[in-house]
Design a protein around this ligand. Structure first.
Ligand SMILES: [Zn+2]
Length: 1013
């Protein structure tokens, strides 16, 4: 049943933002205005799509077609804009078939059906078709090398007093607040040195956390970035002192591994320690590691890490993620430390410090090469038993959930290879970079087959950054192509409006973001489930921004890259630090009534505390790109930039965010071309003037406009005007089931498109809406009734100490410096919206949209039944492949329980929903009913999304722990011991709820509580 358009009264409360009320100071010269568009015709509604660009793709044989994720559409009222497309070939079986040369030989032509989402022409959207022609050879237009590079961080400073500079200062002050000696504690402990006077590290760097070292790595990166970005000389000096202390401290430890072995006639190396027999015996308990701490001379030449070297070797025995007994993610933390040292080497303008940092990183990089070169191999054929029959199969090592998470090892090693000069070392480091390849992940991607679905998001994104970086050295186009294919898939199939991806750290099924968001739940510690709208891990946003910046170096004229970079930076990244005190985010708030879960106040607190410490001191890292004669102005932000090769300094004068900006040369003169990004959202009124003269007659959104090669002097002025336009970011799938309250996890809704309001580059959010019925609005897609309020200064009117729910332990900032300036707002249907980066508690981004028009049914594959069953088939195929994987494992004679592909409760739910889906298809009454088909699809998909790998506990696994914990909490005057046990159990419940807990954690928490009670 479709409700009639415009007839439903909106039961919405006017929303205030951030607090119960706000004081608003309107800027002068900016009166509220309504978006208005001229109508060409009285007959055709203005939002009607009248034209879509043609899609014709030449597809190299053996690959699935690269289809655009956004298409330019024209409406009846003359407007045009990019819209997202959902293509119907995303099922794994379908893509593999397309990439099969036997099915699709050279010369074959075929069509792929797609739909522009957020449109009611049909039930699936506005139909479009791609014409595909299979051609010989491989991808053409593969750039041989990067053609542009970003202006280095230290050459660009952010000016003024705005949210960007405000966040930067919060971050720098927080870094300066950390005792550098604390960051050296683990190293001294691991290398047999006294730790007296060195405070114990905390968070995920605490002495009993096997990820330790990750935090000090991020700390080093953040220090280096802060040093490059810092505008205050005193702070800069202090940052440099701390950097020097870290570098000196680490080298002192590393030199302890330089042991010449007379018998071998060479230094004792990585390959020499931890022979197979010893590793077999070793469990990886803390007692094991403590034994090795005094044997630091055996770690092998150049080893530097905050945990003994045996930790890295254990994964050669396929030891799973299990903090108490085996490993967490050995190479993940090694990567952070390498990256920290590389950042110091690149960003610190003190030659001694920089070269020492490079030396430490190089020696460790070569340790990794040595260990993996001599002790590991790749075998991808055979059963898992066969592949694991001897230690060191990298195919298995890197495919392990969490334990095999290697972060950006490949990226760091490839970068090191570019930085050293000795040819042997260069070659070894590059070779080591590709030791971290994951063929299971890369090979389908190289064929443009989606290998992203259901993988751990932040485990895999950095692998792609590594593949791309290694391409610069190995010139193998395979790596470039798979990186580009991955990025395109992210844009079309996985990202949310704010640019983030994933849910509970995992990628879900393609094109299912809305279902995934709406059905996400969390436990309350009593096995009750509640809707949980915090889903996109901030580390993923950090890594996608990095990948995008690197890809842009190869394709600086393709504005799609910086369009995305701007999206993820101006929304999720800027919005992931609290405006008043230093706290950052792990999962980002996305969806309905979502609050930002602040925390992560040090680089070592969690993974996102680590990337969080880096995010806010490098906003300008991709603002400008250059080559020999061109500068690309990629981001509009108030900056002063020095282009050293041309001996010029230019200044971009604007506010942030900016609707207009002025660019001037403030120092030097030079000859070059300037390219300025026309953002995809700049669909009306965009203009660039050079010395008062318009530089083009029209500007295509999502492209660059060029001011050709000319001599520039201080007299030249470039004025860019880019009025923010409102638009919708439509989700790829309709919303039809959602978790709505306590244990209401599958409430059914009339299927409706969803979307998030955007205003220029900004995702807009409102608050005060707490259920999906209230978040259902009638939307005129031409957005004629949106009121654009322009920028304001918005200050919370309550003193900040009354608004804090969470006591920061570190730095607080004064609120009257740029945190609340220049905040754009809009009003729609009585609701006030603010940018997501400025929103905090109880905010709603996505709305259910009652769009005009009555959709025609789609008849897809299996059309004989009168309903489109292609999506159901696709979901069932995935379910069956999981069933088969589990079956295979069940059939093994000898099996390690932790290696089961899927945890049992989620698997059971999937099997139930698979049976239900089969029943729908078998029943003639339901197999022609589109609603029944869609419900079965959504339910099965939701069941797939809630599954966990076999080595991870599920909520049901806390059945014994939870009542014990509740009982413990009711004890009057609990002892210190009990309090500690409760705290630990609470942490375990939290970890298990968000998917990062382990079985041994539950066991330990249960035993502790049992013992005390
Ligand atoms: Zn993280």
């Amino acid at each position: 049943m479709k409700r009639s358009f415009y007839s439903v009264a909106l039961g919405l409360v006017t929303a205030a933002f951030m607090t119960s009320s706000v004081s608003v100071m309107a800027k002068e010269n900016y009166s509220p205005k309504k978006a208005e568009y001229a109508l060409d015709s009285d007959d055709v509604p203005p939002y009607t799509i009248v034209k879509v660009e043609n899609v014709s793709v030449k597809c190299p044989v053996g690959t699935a077609p690269r289809l655009p994720y956004r298409l330019w559409v024209n409406y009846a009222d003359g407007r045009g804009e990019y819209r997202q497309v959902r293509w119907t070939n995303s099922a794994a079986a379908k893509e593999n078939q397309m990439a099969d040369p036997a099915e699709n030989p050279v010369g074959k032509q075929y069509e792929v059906q797609g739909y522009i989402t957020g449109d009611n022409t049909t039930t699936a959207g506005y139909p479009v078709k791609a014409q595909v022609t299979v051609v010989a050879g491989t991808y053409s237009n593969v750039p041989a090398a990067p053609i542009a590079r970003p202006l280095p961080l230290r050459c660009v400073s952010i000016d003024g007093n705005n949210r960007l500079t405000h966040n930067r200062e919060l971050d720098i002050d927080n870094l300066l607040n950390i005792d550098v000696k604390q960051q050296l504690y683990n190293y001294r402990d691991t290398y047999g040195m006294s730790t007296e006077g060195y405070p114990v590290a905390d968070g995920w760097d605490s002495p009993t956390t096997k990820l330790k070292g990750h935090g000090s790595g991020h700390y080093m990166s953040a220090l280096a970035m802060a040093y490059a970005s810092c505008q205050d000389q005193q702070k800069k000096e202090k940052l440099k002192e701390n950097i020097k202390t870290m570098v000196d401290g680490l080298r002192e430890c590393q030199e302890r591994t330089f042991r010449y072995d007379e018998k071998l006639g060479r230094y004792w190396e990585a390959r020499d320690f931890a022979p197979e027999d010893e590793l077999k015996e070793m469990k990886g308990s803390w007692a094991d590691f403590d034994r090795y701490k005094q044997k630091y001379q055996d770690y092998g030449y150049g080893y530097i890490n905050a945990i003994p070297a045996q930790h890295c070797a254990l994964i050669e025995m396929y030891r799973a993620y299990n903090n108490e007994q085996w490993v967490w993610a050995p190479y993940y933390s090694v990567h952070k430390q390498l990256a920290g040292l590389i950042d110091i080497a690149n960003l610190v303008d003190d030659k001694q410090i920089a070269s020492k940092a490079l030396l430490i990183a190089k020696d460790m990089g070569l340790w990794v090469w040595n260990r993996l070169h001599y002790r590991t191999f790749v075998q991808s054929e055979g059963t898992q038993e066969q592949r694991r029959s001897r230690p060191g199969n990298r195919y298995e090592m890197w495919n392990m959930y969490i334990a095999g998470e290697v972060g950006g090892m490949a990226e760091s090693l490839a970068r090191l290879s570019q930085m050293v000069s000795n040819p042997d070392e260069k070659a070894h480091l590059l070779e080591a970079s590709n030791y971290f390849d994951s063929p299971a992940f890369f090979e389908p991607l190289a064929k443009n087959v989606d290998a992203i679905r259901t993988r751990h998001a932040n485990q895999h994104i950095p692998m792609i950054t590594g593949a791309l970086q290694s391409y610069i050295g190995n010139h193998n186009a395979y790596y470039y192509n798979l990186a580009l294919n991955f990025w395109n898939m992210i844009q079309g199939r996985y990202r949310y409006a704010m640019g983030g991806v994933g849910n509970g750290e995992m990628f879900r099924q393609p094109y299912s973001q809305i279902l995934s968001m709406c059905t996400n739940v969390t436990g309350d510690g009593r096995r009750n489930l509640y809707p949980e709208p915090t889903i996109n891990e901030t580390c993923c946003a950090y890594n996608l921004a990095k990948l995008t910046k690197d890809l842009n170096c190869f394709n600086p004229d393709n504005a799609a890259f910086m369009d995305y970079y701007e999206r993820v930076l101006y929304n999720q990244l800027v919005g992931s630090i609290h405006p008043e005190y230093y706290a950052t985010l792990y999962q980002y708030a996305v969806g309905l009534n979502a609050s930002k879960p602040w925390g992560n106040d040090t680089p070592q607190s969690t993974c996102c505390g680590g990337t969080g410490a880096e995010n806010h001191v490098k906003y300008q890292e991709a603002a400008y790109f250059v080559n020999d004669q061109t500068i690309w102005v990629a981001l509009y932000m108030p900056t002063t930039a020095t282009w050293e090769d041309k001996k010029i300094t230019l200044k971009q004068e604007c506010e942030w965010p900016a609707e207009k900006t002025t660019i001037r040369i403030v120092k030097g003169k030079a000859k070059f071309a300037m390219k300025l990004r026309v953002p995809y959202w700049a669909t009306k009124g965009f203009s660039v003037k050079l010395n008062g003269k318009e530089v083009a007659s029209q500007y295509q959104p999502g492209s660059y406009v060029e001011i050709p090669l000319r001599k520039w002097t201080k007299k030249d002025v470039v004025e860019v005007s880019m009025p923010f336009t409102p638009h919708m970011d439509y989700g790829p799938d309709k919303m039809q089931i959602a978790a709505t309250g306590k244990n209401e996890t599958r409430t059914e809704f009339e299927p409706l498109w969803t979307g998030a309001f955007m205003y220029g580059p900004l995702v807009m959010a409102t608050d005060g809406i707490d259920d999906w019925n209230k978040a259902t609005i009638d939307l005129d897609p031409s957005l004629q009734s949106i009121v654009l309020n322009g920028p304001k200064e918005i200050k919370p009117d309550q003193p900040q100490n009354q608004r804090r729910r969470w006591q920061p332990r570190t730095v607080a900032a004064s609120t009257d410096d740029g945190a609340y300036s220049n905040i754009y707002t809009l009003t729609y249907a009585g609701m006030d919206f603010v940018p997501d980066y400025a929103a905090d508690r109880g905010v709603t981004h996505y709305f259910r949209l009652n769009l005009p028009g009555t959709p025609e049914p789609v008849v897809g594959e299996g059309g004989e039944a009168g309903a489109d069953i292609s999506a159901l088939r696709e979901t069932m195929t995935e379910a069956k492949s999981r069933r088969n994987a589990q079956q295979k494992w069940n059939d093994m004679e000898v099996k390690v329980p932790e290696y089961a592909p899927w945890a049992r409760h989620g698997f059971r739910r999937m099997m139930q929903n698979l049976a239900a889906a089969e029943a729908v298809l078998d029943n003639p009454d339901t197999n022609a009913d589109q609603t029944a088909i869609d419900k079965a699809t959504a339910n099965l998909n939701a069941a797939l999304n809630s599954m966990r790998p076999g080595n991870l506990p599920e909520l049901e696994d806390m059945d014994e722990l939870l009542p014990l914990l509740e009982k413990a909490k009711n004890v009057q005057n609990p002892s210190a011991e009990l309090k500690e046990a409760i705290d630990y159990a609470d942490m375990v419940v939290k970890y298990v709820s968000d998917g990062s807990g382990t079985m041994d954690m539950i066991e330990k928490a249960t035993q502790q509580l049992k013992k005390i009670q």
